[in-house]
Ligand binder design. Structure first.
Ligand code: 13P
Length: 252
């Protein structure tokens, strides 16, 4: 495959600073000889401590969200300027937990994405359908809307800093994984959509991660699919052993 595999760990709202430092330290050691692209996204409170550990290694530092404004009276929010200041390189946006628990809509996600791009970040834009949307045959339409609206105003020149993560909501934290075939079908649909929006070269290059109950046991099988270029891992990213096993999957 011409695209590099990209394996990312989203630690969600887990780990104290000491626990985050401990996990990051193990990952740096274990993945020093890894051959793919890696990222870990700890909570805001651990970013600075983890930044010191991953600096200069092959593991990128990610944040799980950012504010839609640069600075100002926005109690409880964290700005791109603050994230840049502590060494964050990538920001995860539009995660289903942000969309569905915290009611972030496509317009807000798009505003955040444009601001993050302006400040030089790489973005992992998460998309994915709810169970009822899949069951009513709307999975592709939902992903299409989230991508078209999420990338509104993004010029082709910035597309190399965009990664898409397809995370069917019904597969997140449930132990239910989309079959590799089902996931690959949506990934192919997304790649085709990027082709329509940005042209064939962009479509060939864009990294599309799969997320939703990725584990050491299913990683290789998912990643063997033509359009699956990596993983955005939740639960299994919280232990060095399972994340390393996923990160070092053997491509077939
Ligand atoms: P799980 O791997 O725990 O299903 O979480 C996936 C996810 O939401 C990653 O962002």
């Amino acid at each position: 495959m011409s695209r590099d595999y990209y394996i990312a760990g989203n630690w969600k709202m887990h780990k104290t600073r000491a626990e985050a430092v401990d996990l990051a330290t193990k990952l740096v050691a274990e993945l020093a000889d890894g051959s793919h692209k890696y990222l870990i996204a700890p909570s805001f409170t651990s970013l600075e401590a983890v930044a010191l550990i991953v600096k200069g290694t092959r593991i990128r530092l990610g944040a799980q969200n950012c504010a839609s404004e640069e600075q100002g009276a926005h109690t409880g929010e964290v700005s791109v300027l603050q994230l840049k200041d502590v060494g964050v390189q990538t920001i995860i946006l539009g995660h289903s937990e942000r969309r569905h628990i915290y009611k972030e809509d496509d317009a807000l996600i798009n505003k955040k994405l444009l601001l993050a791009l302006k400040h030089g970040f790489e973005i992992i834009l998460c998309v994915g359908e709810l169970l009822e949307e899949r069951e009513s045959g709307k999975a592709e339409a939902v992903c299409e809307r989230q991508i078209v609206e999420g990338l509104k105003g993004v010029p082709a020149a910035d597309l190399d800093r965009i990664v898409i993560a397809y995370e069917p909501v019904w597969a997140i934290g449930t132990g239910k994984t989309a079959t590799p075939e089902d996931a690959d079908a949506i990934h192919a649909y997304i790649r085709n959509l990027i082709g329509k929006l940005y042209g064939n070269e962009a479509a060939k290059k864009i990294i599309i991660q799969y997320g939703g109950s990725v584990k050491p046991e299913n990683a290789a099988e998912l990643m063997a699919k033509e359009n699956i270029d990596g993983a955005l891992v939740g639960g299994a990213a919280l232990k060095a052993e399972s994340f390393v096993a996923i990160a070092k999957f053997k491509a077939s």
